[in-house]
Write a protein that binds this ligand. Structure first.
Ligand SMILES: [Zn+2]
Length: 424
């Protein structure tokens, strides 16, 4: 259902056959994809420089003209950007955004602060087309029904098939099993930690609920989760989306890594000095969205660590591969009893409205977490007990220790790291 709507949208933007163009692009040779990407980069830079105050000023300050960005590697001449830089700043929006079917989206994300941003009809359609193209790699057909396990930032436009996995218990999971059967769901989708909890329950019930495929996203997929979800619910196809950055990458049936949607975005991997890391080397993933002229995302630094590779995939697609995406493993606390998602935990703590300036969970052993709390006036000793009770709802065996620093530094991208996993 939600897919059909997305397709209808994608086929109706300014007469551009986005869906069919993207379908063809995947089989192009890499040189042809580089040409497409180069054309899109030039257009993006021209639009940004002409209509977006921040980029117009940045080009002037650097003594650059749009024509100085001739190819993808010329993007290096421009500064990296981040959510911290862009938050609440109108100068990152185009002066003519109203003519671009704009709509506002927001993320709560790992900073705990709402980040509002704009996308356009064109950019959203291109993103949907990339997603649907990749779902077809997993066997998706246009009439398939997808149930999405939401939570941890992943939403679903069709509430009927949106299964909230925050705070799922045995009763809700039994209900979900019935819904999946009743509506003859073909495909399951969602965040790995939620799907993992559900898969454990399905196995316990001894029911065969295997589907055509399982589409995971929004969180690092741990190998053991892929294996278990694959056995109980169906073959897992993982996707990576920096959706605010308008960029994505997905696995094909070869599972050789994630094919980057280079006809929609540029992926760069940078080292700590903001230089390009060599293929095979890990660095910070930085994305450029090639279709959002309303609020251009140029060299937008994510909080994720990635590795790009020159290796070709056996499937024959020309879309290059990202061989590793990490970063959000640090966003999970994995114990013997459960998996806790950092964003979900953060939302839980924020919702408790305790006098806390900043906080961080550090997993140091399988059953041990240190919670670092920068306190505000009004903190009472009993607040520690409230946090322990909250964490014991997730895992009653968890050993919780506390540290009280004055403040907790953010990452270079300006994000709060709510979970640091020392178990990696
Ligand atoms: Zn492939």
């Amino acid at each position: 259902m939600q897919i059909k709507n997305a397709l209808r949208k994608s086929l109706s933007v300014s007469g551009i056959k986005i869906d069919s163009d993207f379908e063809k692009n995947q089989w192009l040779k890499s040189e042809e994809l580089v040409r497409i990407q180069r054309t899109l980069v030039r257009k993006l830079v021209e639009e940004a420089c002409a209509n977006v105050p921040f980029w117009g000023r940045t080009f002037r300050d650097l003594g650059l003209r749009p024509s100085d960005i001739k190819c993808v590697s010329d993007l290096e001449k421009l500064p990296v950007t981040s959510k911290a830089m862009m938050r609440g700043k109108a100068e990152f929006r185009s002066n003519i955004i109203k003519s671009m079917q704009p709509f506002m989206l927001h993320t709560g994300g790992s900073t705990g602060q709402v980040f509002r941003y704009y996308t356009t009809g064109l950019s959203r359609s291109a993103l949907d087309a990339c997603r649907i193209r990749a779902w077809r790699w997993a066997g998706y057909k246009d009439k398939d029904r997808i149930a999405t396990f939401t939570g941890g930032g992943l939403g679903s436009s069709k509430r009927k098939f949106a299964l909230d996995c925050v705070g799922m218990n045995e009763d809700t999971m039994d209900e979900y099993i019935q819904l999946i059967k009743k509506y003859k769901i073909d495909i399951l989708r969602g965040i790995p930690s939620g799907l993992m909890t559900f898969a454990r329950h399905v196995e316990k019930r001894g029911i065969d609920l295997r589907k055509k495929c399982v589409l995971t996203t929004s969180e690092t997929l741990l190998p053991e989760h892929r294996k278990f979800i694959g056995e109980v619910l169906g073959e897992v196809f993982d996707g990576y989306g920096a959706n605010d950055g308008g960029s994505s990458a997905f696995e094909c049936s070869e599972h050789n890594g994630w094919h980057i949607s280079v006809d929609k975005s540029v992926f760069e991997v940078l080292d700590r000095n903001c230089e390009h890391a060599a293929p095979g080397e890990e660095g910070i993933l930085t994305v450029t969205c090639l279709y959002n002229y309303g609020m251009p995302w140029i060299r937008y630094m994510s909080n994720d660590l990635a590795v790009l590779t020159d290796e070709k995939c056996a499937c024959g697609r020309g879309l290059p591969l990202m061989s590793k995406i990490k970063g959000r493993t640090t966003d999970l606390i994995v114990t013997r009893n459960t998996t806790m998602n950092g964003t979900e935990l953060a939302n839980h703590v924020i919702g408790m409205k305790l006098p806390i300036k900043a906080f961080q969970f550090i997993q140091t052993a399988t059953e041990r977490v240190t919670m670092r709390v920068a306190r505000e006036p009004g903190w009472a000793d009993s607040d520690e007990g409230k946090l322990i009770n909250m964490l014991h709802q997730y895992d009653p065996d968890l050993d919780i220790r506390f540290e009280y620093p004055d403040d907790i530094p953010t990452t270079p991208a300006g994000k709060s790291e709510y979970v640091v996993n020392m178990m990696d």
